[in-house]
Design a protein around this ligand. Structure first.
Ligand code: SAM
Length: 291
């Protein structure tokens, strides 16, 4: 993909996401990542953790209005992102009076091709009432914008990225004053896997404490952030100036992108059925089924 110089590189814009997105040109961003406000009604954190309250936004809309707003935001992102570009959308399954709301409820109504659902295994979570099993995961949707005359499949990832699997195990961030940050390894993994060595402009339309922007900067990309809180934007700017403090976490994540045998080599050697399906294990499986 070709890098086009715009006026939006390395900026953080203060304002409402949808309003700002509508002012941006078509097809100029390479990829994006975000975790939007989850419409959690501001009272759902249980007794383990304080309520999540944002500095300048109320996270409480009628559910259908919230879903419509997210569809509009996602469709604006589709417009500003280049063909062949990707967007990673972090969200979770929620319940309201026993009714389940799944991110797929509104993602399927957007223009995006849903390329993959990734499980973010957080290992721990605040809600521990017994209405259902302890929900320690969130979801990350890899959304893809196909080329006009292309297929919906898109470019293949390098094996060193794709072998990381669709379950991402990262503990939540606990060293950040923002009420709902994601850990920096999350945007690092997404950006490094998609862009590899290519240079890009990365958007986060609800950038909060700037985690995505710092990840983009560390990996040598340009960024564009939007948030409605001046307080969070000021914090992001300080974080971006001190990005060196987060290099070691980044390097630990990058070290995980390695490969002993590429997908092509696995296929050529005929051992593409998973490492546990050796001849010996297959015999064990057969015996189990015969019991
Ligand atoms: C889940 S947080 C994002 C946290 C971010 N990923 C981080 O690591 O710090 C959602 C952010 O959306 C912002 N926000 C909420 N409503 C907004 C709106 N209408 N327009 C712009 N930003 C908004 C909040 O201020 C908050 O920082």
């Amino acid at each position: 993909m070709q890098m086009i110089k715009t006026n939006y590189e390395n900026k953080i814009i203060l304002g409402d996401t949808l309003t700002i997105l509508k002012t941006l040109p078509n097809n100029f961003i390479d990829m994006g990542i975000t975790s939007p406000p989850y419409n959690k009604g501001e009272n759902k954190k249980g007794w383990l953790v304080k309520n999540i309250k944002y500095d300048n936004a109320i996270d409480k809309l009628p559910e259908q209005e919230y879903q419509k707003q997210q569809i509009n935001v996602l469709n604006e992102l589709y417009r500003v992102i280049k063909q062949g570009g990707s967007f990673f959308y972090n969200h979770k399954i929620r319940w309201e009076k026993g009714e389940l709301f799944h991110p797929m409820d509104w993602l399927r109504k957007t223009n995006w091709t849903i390329r993959q659902e990734i499980i973010w295994d957080r290992k721990i979570a605040a809600n521990i009432r017994g209405w259902r099993f302890w929900q320690t995961e969130e979801r990350i949707y890899w959304l893809y914008k196909p080329f006009e005359k292309g297929t919906k499949i898109g470019k293949e990832l390098k094996s060193k990225h794709a072998l990381l699997s669709s379950i991402w195990s990262f503990s939540p961030e606990n060293n950040n004053p923002h009420p709902a940050p994601f850990p920096i390894c999350l945007p690092i993994r997404a950006i490094y896997s998609i862009m590899d060595e290519e240079k890009a402009i990365i958007i986060d339309p609800y950038c909060g404490s700037g985690t995505t922007l710092v990840a983009a900067k560390i990996l040598g990309h340009n960024y564009l952030g939007i948030d409605i809180s001046k307080q969070y934007i000021d914090f992001s700017k300080k974080r971006l100036n001190n990005y060196q403090n987060e290099l070691s976490i980044t390097n630990n994540e990058i070290k995980k992108h390695k490969v002993n045998k590429t997908f092509k080599e696995r296929k050529e050697k005929g051992n593409f059925t998973g490492k546990f399906r050796t001849k010996q294990n297959l015999t064990k499986e057969k015996n189990l089924f015969e019991i």
